[in-house]
Design a protein around this ligand. Sequence first.
Ligand code: ATP
Ligand code: MG
Length: 437
Amino acid sequence: MRLSRSLVPTLKETPAEAQIVSHRLMLRAGLIRQTAAGIYAWLPAGFRVLQRITQIVREEQDAIGAQEMLMPTIQPAELWRESGRYEGYGKEMLRFRDRHDRELLYGPTNEEMVTDLFRQSVRSYRELPQIVYHIQWKFRDEVRPRFGVMRGREFLMKDAYSVDIDRDGAVLNYRKMMLAYMRTFRRMGLSAIPMAADTGPIGGDLSHEFIILAPTGESEVFYDAAFEEIDYSPAAFDATSAADLERFFHLMTSHYAATDEKHDPAQWEKIAPERRRQGRGIEVGHIFYFGTKYSASMGFSVAGPDGKPFHPEMGSYGIGVSRLVGAIIEASHDEAGIIWPDPVAPFRAAILNLKVGDPACDGLSERLYAALGASALYDDRDERPGVKFADADLLGHPWQIIVGPRGAASGKVELKRRASGEREELSPEAALARIGA
Ligand code: ATP
Ligand code: MG
């Protein structure tokens, strides 16, 4: 993208309405703009981050055999009356009527819809187990939307649903999903820790929240650093092996991890002090096993091996995709701006042309831009070098290629690594090779 022709409206001043660093930086870097309370437009650079996170989530879901689909945002009230959640869900649910006076709602989650879809199509235990997921906007009319995309009213969620013939199968899928989550978050540069949780309005008897540490988290959390050192890769755990999944789940539940409500100081004291990780936590995912809660209430049954009908066992698995954008910034920034982990950065590199109009600078910059293509943001604006440096640091590209008149005359550029601040003078070819283009 050429910055001179891009909707990347960076701000020098800190917006007064933003209380936490990720919200401030997302506004200042021109990633998002609020269009109504708790509702945001994703501008081009922000949307790129959202898409990269979405893609990582998708790849890890696909890797465990989950099927991607897309359910609508709008749902009929009727489905929620069947499960009994229509009244129970309360004011967080946005309800409205169409021109024929039919009651509709903007989906806050999809357990009812998934149960209905399976109920319509799956008749026999032979068609199970299955996992489906979609990555779709949700609406929850939060009392206090705040912290930008971290607690919005409209937000993007990956929600998956498993359908199994028995409890053992459901538990296996639950563990498989937990492994996929650990891989997903690690690929984004995050240490997310699974913590046993209450099941709340979803219901059920097995539930974990995935929490990352950041000073602005909404609850106090405690965990053993052992989680950060575990190898979650396919080499360490085969997600298709029940024995591996059991070993993995045992590991996840044998190290200490708790939110403040469940914290046990006696257990905590047993952990070596240097291994204690304590701080505020942000919830980036939440998984539930809820058995037959929806299949029973909504009359979803399939024929068993003996021909007798039974209610399948189900679970649901959420990741806060749009919240993750804020959470990653909370975990990775400095005074100058965002420091994107490479896998989620909107652009791999920025090309800073320090003297637009100078034939050597223009020529070299254009050459680099042609080589990098869509993975680069080319700062071709007629601006002072100071402005370009500040914006590149603010936007947090992993690499900056600085093309100045002195270097350009001798065919050299400067390459800066955002995370470490290291700078190096080298040829454009060597710079491209270094950033892996
Ligand atoms: P919370 O406890 O933060 O209100 P929740 O338990 O209601 O979240 P779930 O129903 O488990 O959330 O939704 C799955 C994921 O969606 C959460 O782990 C979180 O990352 C994300 N999420 C939930 N509510 C919001 C919101 N208002 N804005 C952004 N992301 C959200
Ligand atoms: Mg939750």
